[in-house]
Design a protein around this ligand. Structure first.
Ligand code: FE2
Length: 425
């Protein structure tokens, strides 16, 4: 819990302000604050934002790329098979080493909250053990929320007992994978069981749901129905939901009102699903992302997750949530001004709401968690994916990067360029 005065912050509304953090909490936001007894930095009229929030990740698998081999086909199914090959070789220490390194990458990129699924299928709960330790070890720097995720299927792999044990050990959220159960009926049954567990324990729900191109994979309908039946409105998220891309339009217009009624949260994973979906299509190939513009227009909360960084499913990534939003913006034709701003909110404020984070944002009384970006606003942040000049956690600087400046040797003198856009009216 530290004190910090940040001068010359460019706020989301385009106005300049100072921000004073006292004992880790934002105390004042106004012009010309002076606090002689407080450490001070200058934002130098750069954009100050709440930290990025990753609403969907797999920290138990991250940074395992190439172990024991790479995913040559690039498919979801080979990724799942590959993870099955790696799992017996995992140790708690190895998972922790990779997760710890990954958290440092995330923090350097300005992400200070992550919801990570953790696999609870198999003979042991090493991943759960490791990530609970990492959650505790890193809590001073980053909020980690864990989801009990039966990767091999709740009923198909008989891992209900493991899932309950993981929750008893302190995992925060109930996960599932209905489209991977053996039958549609088993998928629906798994949703019912999982939502009832969440309702009894007062937990949030976040299921991998309909991550397929199959247009008749409609588990999201059951998820919304169970949400309503159990009064879990606003507490349940459907992750991926890619089959919705291929739904019949008439069916979709009926479904969307059910999703609104249940206040079902949507978590799309654009980097991963643009690479995984449409693999079996001839041309034209479907993009396969869930129907993000329609969900936003319907008033649903939509967040974007990174999902993977260098693991059996995805060979790339450095955990940059701006890269995630940038991909969604392109794949879903979200280039209008308000649409671009909405994409930014999907990796900040909307994601924070879905994770039920407390005191998130920039207002007096909020946690002093802020990121200063080398740009002027959210849209320029999406365009440039700029340097995170300072990452601040509860008033303490926990990461910094020097401003990027390109030097051009093209004439008599050295020119400098920062790629920031200046209107020349
Ligand atoms: Fe996932």
């Amino acid at each position: 819990m530290a004190n910090l005065l940040i001068k010359n912050c460019l706020m989301a509304d385009g106005q300049s302000s100072d921000i004073l953090i006292k004992n880790g909490i934002i105390k004042d936001i106004s012009k010309n604050i002076s606090a002689t007894d407080t450490p001070k930095i200058d934002a130098n009229h750069h954009f100050v934002t709440p930290p990025f929030v990753d609403s969907h990740f797999h920290m138990d698998a991250t940074l395992s790329y190439g172990l024991p081999r790479v995913n040559e086909s690039g498919t979801l199914l080979e990724g799942i098979a590959l993870w099955g090959e790696l799992k017996p070789k995992l140790t708690v220490d190895a998972i922790k080493d990779r997760a710890r390194r990954f958290c440092k990458w995330a923090i350097a990129r300005g992400t200070l909250a992550i919801r990570s699924h953790v696999d609870v299928s198999g003979d042991n709960l090493l991943g759960v053990e490791a990530l609970i330790d990492i959650r505790e070890e890193m809590k001073e720097f980053i909020d980690i929320q864990l989801v009990a995720f039966p990767q091999d299927g709740l009923l198909r792999a008989n891992c209900l007992e493991n899932l309950v044990s993981a929750l008893d050990m302190g995992v925060d959220v109930v996960g599932g994978i209905p489209h991977f159960e053996r039958t549609m009926a088993d998928g629906a049954e798994s949703i019912k069981i999982l939502c009832e567990i969440a309702e009894k324990r007062g937990l949030l729900v976040d299921l991998h749901c309909d991550e397929t191109d199959d247009p008749i994979s409609r588990h999201v309908e059951t998820l919304a129905y169970e949400t309503l039946r159990l009064g879990l409105n606003g507490r349940v998220a459907g992750s991926h939901l890619t089959s919705m891309h291929s739904f019949d339009n008439y069916y979709f217009t009926k479904l969307i009102s059910l999703l609104v009624e249940a206040d079902l949260h949507i978590i799309a994973n654009p980097l991963i699903n643009i690479t995984i979906q449409g693999r079996q299509d001839a041309y034209p190939k479907r993009r396969g992302l869930t129907r993000i513009p329609e969900q936003i227009n319907a008033g649903l909360k939509v967040a974007f997750g990174h999902d993977c960084v260098m693991d059996p499913w995805y060979p790339l990534g450095s955990h940059d949530m701006l890269e995630v939003a940038h991909m969604a913006l392109h794949c879903c034709h979200l280039t209008g001004v308000e649409q671009m701003r909405s994409c930014y909110e999907s990796v900040t404020t909307k994601a924070a709401e879905i994770l039920h984070l407390e005191k998130y944002g920039i207002y007096p009384g909020a946690k002093g968690d802020l990121v200063i970006l080398q740009c002027k606003d959210p849209i320029e942040a999406l365009r440039l994916k700029p340097a995170r000049l300072f990452v601040i956690r509860k008033g303490k600087i926990i990461s910094s990067t020097p401003p990027v400046e390109y030097k051009l040797f093209m004439g008599e003198t050295i020119e400098k360029e920062d790629l920031l856009f200046k209107n020349s009216s």
